[in-house]
Ligand binder design. Structure first.
Ligand SMILES: CC(=O)SCCNC(=O)CCNC(=O)[C@H](O)C(C)(C)COP(=O)(O)OP(=O)(O)OC[C@H]1O[C@@H](n2cnc3c(N)ncnc32)[C@H](O)[C@@H]1OP(=O)(O)O
Ligand SMILES: O=C([O-])CC(=O)C(=O)O
Ligand SMILES: [Mg+2]
Length: 289
C-alpha cells in the first residue's frame, strides 16, 4: 500500500534518521530539488549510507534521483541502485528516460546479483508533455509500480497559478488516474504544500481520492495521519461492503443477479467495488480474512 509517501531532503541526516517512525507507507529520500547543487554529492553519499545502515521499519524506500539531463542523474543511479532501494522516483519523466533507466538498472542488478526487475520505477509526471504521454511512460517498463503527480513543476510548465482548489490540475490528475487504472499501477497525488492547513489538506486528499488517486505525497510528517486516514477505507465503507457481499450471496441463492439494498440497485460492478474495499481494508490490517 502506498497511501502516504513522505519526501525527505537527502542532505538532512536528522530527518532521515526519524523517517522509519513517522507512519508513512513510503519514504522518498530526495536528491533532486530539495538539495542544492553544491550538496548533491554529500546527499548521495548520505542517502546511500542510510539505505545500507538504517532499518526503515517496513517503509518502502524510494530515492528521487536527478534527471538524466545532467551527469548527476547517472551518478545517482550508479551509486543508489547498487544499494538496492525499493524504487527510484524519476523527475520530469519521459518514455525515453524510463527505458534508459530500466536498462541501466538491469545491468547493475546483474552485476550485483540482485533479482532482475526487483528495483521498481515511479515516474514523476510534472510536465505537460509527461501528462499527455503518461500511458506510454507507464507502459514503457515492467518496473513501473506507480505514478506520482508533481504539480509544482507542472503548473510552472503550464504557466498557471497553483491554487488550493486545484482546478488547474484536474485534467492531469484525471489523465494520470485513467492511465494508472488501465495499467494497474498506483496513482499518487501531488503534495499539499501549505503544511499548517490541515482542513485544506483533508479536502485536497478527498478531491484526489474521489477521482481515483490511491495515495498522496507528503512534505511534512504532520500531514501523514490525515493522508493515511483519507486513503484507507472507513469503517462505514467496510460495513457497507460486508452488507453488499452478504446480500449478493443471498440474492445469488435466489437466482437474482440484481436486487436493491437500502433503495439502491446492486449488481456485479457494485459487488466488485465492495470486494475492492474489503481487499484494501485487509491489506492495511483493518480486517482479517
Ligand atoms: C515540489 C517538490 O519538489 S516537493 C519535494 C521536495 N521537498 C521536500 O523534500 C521538503 C520536505 N519538507 C521539509 O523540508 C520541511 O517540512 C519544510 C521545509 C517544508 C518545513 O520545515 P519546518 O518548518 O522546520 O517543519 P516543522 O516545524 O513542521 O518540523 C517539525 C519537525 O519535523 C521534522 N520534519 C519536517 N519535515 C520533515 C520531513 N519531510 N521528513 C522528516 N522530518 C521532517 C523537522 O525536522 C522537525 O523535527 P524536530 O522537531 O526534531 O526538530
Ligand atoms: O513530487 C511532487 O509532487 C513534487 C514535485 O516535484 C513538483 O510538484 O514539482
Ligand atoms: Mg518537481
Amino acid at each position: 500500500m502506498r497511501r502516504s509517501m513522505l519526501y525527505i531532503p537527502g542532505n538532512n541526516p536528522s530527518m532521515i534518521q526519524n523517517a522509519p517512525v513517522l507512519g508513512a507507507d513510503s519514504i522518498i529520500l530526495d536528491l533532486e530539488d530539495s538539495v542544492s547543487v553544491d550538496e548533491k554529492d554529500s546527499a548521495r553519499f548520505l542517502v546511500r549510507n542510510a539505505l545500507l545502515e538504517l532499518d526503515f521499519n517496513g517503509c518502502e524506500k524510494v530515492v528521487r534521483i536527478n534527471s538524466l539531463n545532467t551527469e548527476l542523474g547517472y551518478e545517482d543511479i550508479d551509486v543508489i541502485a547498487r544499494v538496492k532501494p525499493d524504487a527510484l522516483l524519476v523527475p520530469k519523466a519521459t518514455k525515453d528516460a524510463i527505458e534508459e533507466i530500466d536498462e541501466l538498472i538491469s545491468t547493475i542488478e546483474r552485476e550485483e546479483g540482485f533479482k532482475l526487475g526487483s528495483i521498481k520505477l515511479i515516474p514523476l509526471i510534472e510536465t505537460a508533455f509527461g501528462v499527455e504521454d503518461v500511458f506510454n511512460i507507464v507502459k514503457s517498463s515492467k518496473r513501473v509500480a506507480a505514478v506520482l503527480l508533481g504539480a509544482e513543476d507542472l503548473t510552472a510548465d503550464m504557466e498557471v497559478k497553483r491554487t488550493k482548489e486545484g482546478e488547474e490540475i484536474f485534467y492531469a490528475r484525471s489523465r494520470i488516474v485513467s492511465a494508472c487504472k488501465a495499467l494497474k499501477v498506483d496513482a499518487i497525488d501531488t503534495p499539499f504544500t501549505d503544511i499548517n492547513d490541515f482542513e485544506g489538506l483533508k479536502r485536497d486528499c478527498q478531491r484526489a481520492k474521489l477521482i481515483g488517486m490511491t495515495g498522496k505525497a507528503a512534505v511534512n510528517p504532520r500531514q501523514i495521519d490525515i493522508i493515511n486516514e483519507v486513503f484507507s477505507p472507513s469503517m462505514e465503507d467496510i460495513e457497507w461492503a460486508k452488507r453488499v457481499i452478504a446480500a449478493y450471496d443471498e440474492a445469488q441463492r435466489e437466482g437474482k443477479g440484481v436486487f436493491s439494498l437500502d433503495g439502491k440497485m446492486v449488481d456485479a460492478p457494485v459487488l466488485a467495488r465492495a470486494k475492492n474495499v474489503l481487499e484494501k481494508a485487509e491489506a492495511i490490517g483493518l480486517i482479517k480474512g
